[in-house]
Structures are given as structure tokens and as C-alpha cells.
Ligand binder design. Structure first.
Ligand code: FUB
Length: 343
């Protein structure tokens, strides 16, 4: 069973006596797994085991481009931890692009959910026309193999799906990523194929959210845009370095919804808070400073009484598209801010 409690409370800068600091003792130091590149971690604790769903980075020879063509992933990996000190067991028969009828390439950041005895893997991929869509696959085991639905989820597109199962069991799907993630080409539920960015002084593009049906296979309502504001309530603008870029993730911590996301071209993991899963979210600050590599991407997971940040970096390879997944203690500050230090 995963162990989260411990006594080695870390001395994190800016903590106060009432901040909740995840103990750093007995945590895997460095990449969770060696010998395979993994990225975009999303963590869930089910039946006392931490499962980390990850992209599988490979060097396929696909060319680098502004659209991220070299992030040419073909399958997913699940890393299983029964103890945060390890060992980490990597599962490789999860889901391959060849087994998804509608998908052609680029299996980017996934997430997973559980309802009843069924496990769901949510994933983005480019379809045969080059459009990023969101798929869902199911399995009777959290480590797969997963069987994909024949069609992507209708009414939503782009990348980086993340699912929040709220306390009342409502499930919310968040998606979105700019530039190669094509969010700027979606107008409501329609893919326009045209890059349409707001002006730098106009409200930024936000991720999309929609409640899922009870079987988690479709949208229960039209997707809506999530707004992130500054502390005065004004939407962050497209030219603001704090604006959303990709990798939305929502966790409920002490009754507050925390939206974690990557600022992409400004390379930080930041968070914003709200009292509703739909937002608007108020920007709260940086969770993780820029890591080695262009991308940054994270998820938050509670183990025992403590919270952790799962993230990736490209420190080992020195190449943006060959990344490693890591875990770090998360400090939940008394004022609601979240911070983590890379390890
Ligand atoms: O791994 C491919 C893309 O890089 C993800 O979808 C983004 O979030 C970024 O991590």
C-alpha cells in the first residue's frame, strides 16, 4: 500500500506553521522509471495503490516543428507504486495507437478515471485528417490493456484531457492546449482549421470543460470555456505570461477547486482557484519553476493526508521530447497557494 505519512517534514521556503507540507521522506528520488522515457503524468490512488498514467516518449525520427511533430508518441505506460519509496512497476500493454480506429498519431497527455469496476483512459491523438481529438478507452484493470471506443468523444477537441470526479460523483472533462494542441482552432464544438488567437490585450484563450455522462463516454452538456482571472477579477490576457497554455488539471483540495496548468511558452506550472468546477478561477501563483526542457506538465495526487506533484523534465536526455516522470512533495499553504520544488 502506498505510504504517505512520515516525519521528515521538509523546510520549504515561505511555509508558515499551518502550511501542510508533504513529507519528503521515503519518496523515489529522480525519475520514477529508468530505461524508458515517460511524460505527462497523471496520478490516481485506487485501493491503496498509486497509478501514474503517462505518455511514452520515443525518438521516432519525426521532425521537430512549431506544432510539436517530434512529440510522436505511439502508446501509453502506467507506473504502479505500492510504496512511494518504490519500487515502481512499469506496465507497457496499456493502449497503442494502432488499436484506436480513429487515431493516426501523437498519443499525447492522458488521464484516467474509475467508475464502479471499470477504468477509463482518456487520451488525445491526431485523427487521420490531422485534427487532435479526445478518445476514451476502458478496461477492467487500471493497468490495462484498454479497449478504445470506435469514435472520439463528440463535441470537444484539442489535447490534454483531465477528468475530475467530484465529491457528488459528477465527472468533469477538461481539455486544451495552444499551438500544436490546436485549441485556437476550435470555435465551440467546431474545428475551424484556422489559427485564431486573441490580441495580446484581449482575454486569453482558456481550457474547455464539460460534465460527462454517467458512463463517462460522452459529454452531458456543451463544452464551455474556463476563464482565469487576476486577483481583481479581470481575465488574464493573451499577452500575459501567466495565461493558460496547456495541460489543465483540476483537484479539489480542502473544498477549493485548484486548476493546475502549464504556461507553455513561459514554462511554468501555475495554479488558480475557484469555488466551482467551471470557474472562473483566480490566478494564485507558480507551483513549479521551469524544468529542463521546453514543456512542463503536472498533476496533483493525495496519498494519505499529503499531497504530491507529479511532473516531468528532460534533464536525463537533454532533449525536449524525451522526458522522465518524477514526484515531489506539494506544500498546501495556509492561504491556499500550492508550491513544489523540483527534485
Ligand atoms: O507530451 C506532449 C505534450 O507536451 C503534452 O500534451 C503537453 O501537455 C506537453 O507536455
Amino acid at each position: 500500500m502506498v505510504s504517505g505519512a512520515g516525519t521528515g517534514v521538509e523546510d520549504v521556503t515561505r511555509t508558515t506553521v499551518s502550511d501542510a507540507v508533504a513529507p519528503e521522506v521515503a519518496l523515489i528520488d529522480g525519475p520514477l522509471v529508468d530505461g524508458v522515457f515517460t511524460a505527462d503524468p497523471s496520478g490516481h490512488v485506487w485501493d491503496g495503490v498509486l497509478y501514474v498514467f503517462a505518455s511514452h516518449d520515443e525518438d521516432t525520427g519525426a521532425s521537430d516543428s512549431d506544432e510539436g511533430g517530434h512529440y510522436d508518441m505511439r502508446d501509453y505506460r502506467v507506473v504502479e507504486l505500492r510504496d512511494l519509496a518504490g519500487p515502481a512497476v512499469e506496465h507497457s500493454r496499456v493502449l497503442h495507437v494502432d488499436d484506436v480506429p480513429w487515431a493516426a498519431r501523437q498519443m499525447w497527455a492522458p488521464d484516467a478515471a474509475r467508475r464502479g469496476d471499470t477504468y477509463y483512459l482518456f487520451f488525445p491523438a491526431r485523427d487521420h485528417e490531422g485534427v487532435f481529438r479526445i478518445g476514451v478507452a476502458t478496461s477492467s484493470s487500471p493497468t490495462g490493456p484498454f479497449v478504445a471506443e470506435c469514435e472520439p468523444i463528440a463535441g470537444i477537441g484539442s489535447i490534454d484531457p483531465a477528468v475530475l470526479i467530484d465529491d457528488d460523483e459528477s465527472a468533469y472533462l477538461y481539455v486544451g492546449g495552444l499551438q500544436g494542441g490546436q485549441l485556437q482552432r476550435w470555435d465551440g464544438d467546431t474545428y475551424t482549421g484556422v489559427d485564431t488567437y486573441p490580441a495580446d490585450d484581449a482575454p486569453a484563450l482558456g481550457p474547455r470543460v464539460a460534465r460527462l455522462t454517467d458512463d463517462l463516454l460522452a459529454l452531458a452538456e456543451p463544452a464551455r470555456e474556463v476563464v482565469v482571472t487576476d486577483e481583481t477579477g479581470a481575465p488574464l490576457t493573451q499577452g500575459d505570461p501567466r495565461r493558460f497554455f496547456e495541460g489543465p488539471w483540476v483537484s479539489r483540495i480542502d473544498g477549493v477547486y485548484h486548476l493546475l496548468y502549464s504556461t507553455g511558452s513561459t514554462h511554468t506550472l501555475v495554479h488558480a482557484t475557484s469555488d466551482s468546477p467551471y470557474g472562473p478561477f483566480t490566478y494564485r501563483g507558480t507551483v513549479l519553476e521551469p524544468v529542463a526542457g521546453w514543456t512542463t506538465h503536472g498533476s496533483l495526487v493525495q496519498v494519505g493526508d499529503s499531497w504530491y506533484l507529479l511532473y516531468h523534465d528532460a534533464q536525463v536526455s537533454g532533449r525536449d521530447h524525451l522526458r522522465n516522470v518524477r514526484i515531489a512533495p506539494l506544500t498546501v499553504h495556509a492561504d491556499g497557494r500550492l508550491t513544489a520544488r523540483m527534485r
